[in-house]
Every structure is written in structure tokens, then in C-alpha cells.
Design a protein around this ligand. Structure first.
Ligand code: FEO
Length: 392
């Protein structure tokens, strides 16, 4: 049985095979559903459960940890990858109480059909004694749901952070061993579900800055024995600053848009601008999301299809609109045969983004000299905009 510190066990499950979350988010490296057992001198608490598909793993791990009684099930978050087995644990340990905040309690009643009398609700900063170990609850909302809490185990200085600081990374190692790999996974996770909540996350970081933390134990991915590794990474991702980067997401059906994109990318490279180019027929949407964490400019490329953008490009615009990156500028390049409303459609689809739209470049048919000249004008304008921001 894997132990974080004395009498603190990892009892969750590794999901090596999962490749999609929320039927949307790619998981190239699988994931873990971390649950932790904290045995105090008087009481025992289970911190979260696991995805229902891994119910048997959790139950076997609890048996292996020698659990005969669970007093508290701490529910940090209502989403079922952590809460989904609470009902099963209550069947096995009917004496246990579910400990959470009032909002999460309401969600668990709705989602899992738990009953009012099965809960103890706690306030922000509230504490629960297990005897020689004390749990302090810290509300850390919007990491990506509004109800989420974390737990600080005072005596052992462990911060159980739920999705906050997590990474979708299946690993047999309880602790971080490959820092680069974990940070890559954590950034992907941040980009996919937390990026639109930069400001609440900033408040959460501020809230925990005075806690003395030896270890961060998230609900997905390895445990951090060096908390600064992930805290500093989050501080970087949530900064207002953007980087001298252009992300281009495009589709081409008959090579007109591809020719424009390739020419445009070479112009940006000549101007010293970092480019990340995504052909949406093959792109991993997680990589696209990650690239938007820092980029100053997002360029969307599409042919006109049935008078509008190619549906896969429209999807990328909808996704960016939902993720709300701190991107400052957007432009559109593409082609058309006889007309259409693609520029207006795409502009409308990204209405959540606080961006300046730089004049699009649309070619009638295959791009001609005047279209390449317009792309040069666009590349110059992006360069000047980036210079004005004084970005690195
Ligand atoms: Fe890992 Fe929001 O659940």
C-alpha cells in the first residue's frame, strides 16, 4: 500500500486506458483518480473516492490498508470521477458521514441521490479533528466547478487540492519523478478546464500562499513533494502577460487556405514570431488548448463551406470561446468561391474573447499576388501589435 506519510495512504486507482474525458478532452497519457485515506488516532477519513469504473480498485485498496471503519468521507468536488463511489462506500460503511460544503452537498444530493442526513457541512476554514491529525477545509472554487474545496492536513502539512494542480497522467509512481512530463500534463489540464477561470484561480493561490505546505496531493496525477514546482507553474499560466506567439488553427479542402497558412507562417517566422500551427483534421485539441495559454495572437484559417467556415474550424472557434484564453488579437484568413458569411460567423463565435480583431485576409479562389501582399500586411501588423505590448 502506497503511503504519503505515516498513516496517510493513496487508495485511488490508475486508469491507463482512458483516452477521453467528458467525451471531449483527449487523455493521451491516461489518468488517475486519487483518493487518500487518513488514519488519525481516533477517526479515519477517506478523502474523495474514484470514478465508478474503478470502484473495485478503491474497495480492494481500502481492505489492503486495513480499514475496518470509515468515519468521514471528505467530498472535495461533486464531479463523478471523484464522488462517483461515495454511495458504494456508504453501503459498506453506513456509519460514515459525507463532509463537504453546502453547495457540494446539494450537488451530491442531485447527482448521486444521497440523503440530507448523510452529510456534515463545513465552512471555509472549518476544521475536523481525527485525534492526532486535523483537517482544515479551504474553499478553492472554480477549478472548474464552483463548489470545490481543498483540505490542508495541519500536522503533516499536506494540501489535498482536488482538481487544482492536477494532471491527467497515469503513472505507477505515487510522487512526481519526471518534472517536465508532469508539468506538460498539468498545463494541458489547466488549459482544458481551468483557463477560463484565471481570476478565481489567482484568488485561490493568494489564499494558500501563507500555508506551510510540504506536499500537494491532487486528485489526478502524481503527488508533488516540491510544491513550488506546480505553484510557480500556475503563477506563470495565470499571469496577464502574453508571449510573442501566434497560434494558427486551420482546415484546407483544396489547398487555397493551406497555401495561405504556409506562406503566412513563413512571414511570421521571418519576423521572429513563434508560431504553433494546427491542422484541425489531425490536431489534438488538448495541444491546441495548451498553446492558447500564452499566445498573444490566434489566427483562424478556413475555406468557405456552405457559405460558412468549415464545421471543424467553427468547432475550434467555439472551443477557444469557451476556454477564454488571455489572447489579445485574433485574425481570420481563408478562401471563398463566390461569397459567404464566414468572417462574421467566426467573429460572432468568439464573442467571449476580449480581443482586437485584426483585418482578415480572404482570397477569392487560389491566393494571388494581392492576397500574399495582404498576408504580409497582416504579419507586419501582428509584429507591431506584439511590439506595442512589449512582450518577450
Ligand atoms: Fe477530476 Fe472536475 O473532476
Amino acid at each position: 500500500m502506497l503511503e504519503l506519510k505515516t498513516n496517510i495512504f493513496a487508495v485511488g486507482a490508475i486508469d491507463w486506458d482512458r483516452r477521453l474525458f467528458d467525451e471531449l478532452i483527449p487523455l493521451p497519457d491516461g489518468t488517475t483518480y486519487n483518493a487518500y485515506l487518513v488514519k488519525g488516532s481516533e477517526k479515519t477519513a477517506l478523502l474523495d473516492t474514484v470514478d465508478p469504473t474503478k470502484r473495485d480498485v478503491l474497495i480492494d485498496n481500502l481492505i489492503a490498508a486495513g480499514v475496518d471503519k470509515i468515519d468521514y468521507i471528505i467530498a472535495h468536488h461533486g464531479e463523478q470521477d471523484h464522488s462517483g463511489c461515495i454511495g458504494d462506500i456508504l453501503m459498506l460503511h453506513p456509519e460514515a458521514k459525507v463532509v463537504t460544503n453546502p453547495m457540494c452537498k446539494g450537488m451530491l444530493i442531485d447527482l448521486l441521490r444521497l440523503e440530507e442526513g448523510q452529510f456534515i457541512t463545513i465552512d471555509d476554514g472549518g476544521q475536523l479533528s481525527l485525534g492526532d491529525k486535523t483537517l482544515r477545509f479551504v474553499y478553492t472554487p472554480w477549478v472548474h466547478w464552483p463548489e470545490t474545496i481543498s483540505t490542508y492536513l495541519i500536522e503533516d502539512k499536506i494540501f489535498f487540492s482536488c482538481d487544482f494542480f492536477g494532471s491527467h497522467l497515469a503513472s505507477s509512481s505515487l510522487f512526481v519523478t519526471d518534472e517536465h512530463l508532469v508539468l506538460e500534463s498539468a498545463k494541458r489540464y489547466y488549459a482544458e478546464i481551468m483557463m477560463s477561470f484565471r481570476l478565481p484561480i489567482r484568488k485561490n493561490l493568494e489564499k494558500i500562499k501563507d500555508l506551510s505546505i510540504d506536499m500537494i496531493a491532487p486528485s489526478h496525477g502524481p503527488v508533488y513533494q516540491n510544491p513550488a514546482l506546480i505553484i510557480d507553474a500556475y503563477k506563470d499560466w495565470i499571469r496577464d502577460d502574453v508571449k510573442n506567439e501566434v497560434v494558427i488553427a486551420y482546415i484546407s479542402m483544396h489547398d487555397s487556405t493551406r497555401k495561405m497558412v504556409e506562406y503566412f507562417v513563413s512571414l511570421l517566422m521571418e519576423r521572429g514570431i513563434m508560431v504553433k500551427q494546427f491542422n484541425l483534421t489531425v490536431a489534438d485539441t488538448g495541444q491546441l488548448a495548451m498553446s492558447l495559454v500564452d499566445a498573444a495572437t490566434f489566427v483562424i484559417g478556413s475555406p468557405t463551406m456552405l457559405a460558412r467556415a468549415h464545421p471543424k474550424v467553427a468547432y475550434a472557434a467555439i472551443l477557444a470561446n469557451a476556454l477564454k484564453p488571455k489572447t489579445r488579437f485574433v485574425s481570420i484568413i481563408g478562401s471563398y468561391g463566390w461569397g459567404g458569411v464566414m468572417v462574421k460567423q467566426l467573429t460572432d463565435l468568439i464573442s467571449n474573447l476580449k480581443v482586437e480583431i485584426i483585418e482578415p485576409v480572404m482570397a477569392k479562389g487560389y491566393p494571388k499576388d494581392e492576397d500574399f501582399a495582404a498576408l504580409e500586411r497582416l504579419a507586419d501588423e501582428i509584429l507591431n501589435k506584439h511590439k506595442d505590448l512589449k512582450i518577450a
